[in-house]
Design a protein around this ligand. Structure first.
Ligand code: ATP
Length: 262
């Protein structure tokens, strides 16, 4: 039964519950790893803290991300099970808008999961999907087991990689390879968020459509203007702003609850 058939749209947490159901559905269909369910839960927790809305620090990071993607020689969008479950359409739209390559990139790699994710992306209009089977035959140095496998045509060669939902080790390894890494991660404290070149602290379901729009709008800018946006961007400031936002919000919420303030 589709998730929207069981959750009434009037439910105050409709959107969040619908997204949770999509990830659960992906796990049942075998392309979201069980660990992906835990990741979603952790994301939900930080979304609560942020206020479940895209904040200005995320918009700023998105602008820098769009500039980096448009300036890139070889941009690649990395897709895991959660991303395939949550925003497959926007992955394809973004790939078309930049244009960028799409690669299935899994922490817990199996041929079956790779193929299922590629199939979902194709169903949403992707023409070419890298990172399936033998295509993922290059390796990221310093990583072990299946986690290090990437496409030689894709992430291995990329100068800019968008990793909506990634783990810290791989983000660090990609940075060490000299790549610009754009992460979308609700947790500003995660190692991924800290190691990425540009961190969009937002829900992937809100950030991806906005990123598509930003890329489309910024295509009108020349390379000099894009480079200037990128030069002015400071990811440490973004992370600090995200943490300050949470701090301020919690302080306000605590004050509004506290009977001693009445
Ligand atoms: P790291 O290795 O970077 O410290 P982690 O171990 O905290 O990561 P993982 O389980 O590898 O986390 O990945 C999940 C990350 O993705 C978490 O930081 C979580 O906040 C984030 N996340 C999960 N769902 C979403 C979502 N829908 N949108 C944005 N971020 C999300």
């Amino acid at each position: 039964m589709p998730a929207n058939a069981v959750i009434p749209p009037t439910h105050p947490r409709y959107r969040s519950l619908l997204e949770r159901e999509k990830v659960v559905e992906g796990a049942k269909e075998g392309y979201v790893a069980l660990q992906g369910l835990i990741a979603q839960g952790r994301g939900e927790c930080f979304d609560y803290l942020i206020g479940e809305e895209t904040q200005s620090f995320a918009m700023k990071a998105m602008e820098a991300a769009a500039a980096a993607l448009l300036l890139a020689k070889h941009p690649v969008i990395s897709v895991n099970g959660n991303v395939a479950a949550l925003t497959p359409r926007e992955v394809v739209q973004l790939a078309e808008a930049v244009p960028a390559l799409i690669e299935v990139n899994l922490f817990y790699r199996t041929r079956e999961r790779e193929e299922k994710i590629a199939e979902i992306l194709r169903r949403h209009g992707a023409v070419k999907v890298l990172g399936v089977g033998e295509d993922a035959s290059c390796t990221i140095p310093e990583l072990f087991s299946e986690r290090r496998r990437v496409s030689c045509e894709g992430i291995y060669k990329a100068d800019v990689v968008l990793v909506p939902l990634e783990d810290g080790d791989r983000t660090e390894a990609l940075r060490r390879m000299g790549k610009t890494v754009i992460a979308i991660d609700l947790n500003p404290l995660s190692r991924t968020a800290q190691a990425a070149s540009i961190t969009i602290v937002d829900n992937v379901t809100r950030a991806m459509p906005k990123l598509v729009e930003a890329v489309k709008a910024m295509k009108a800018l020349d390379r000099g203007q894009l480079a200037q946006i990128l030069e002015r961007y400071d990811n440490k400031k973004t992370l600090a702003d995200a943490l300050r936002h949470i701090l301020k919000r919690l302080e306000q919420l605590a004050n509004s609850l506290d009977p001693r303030n009445a």
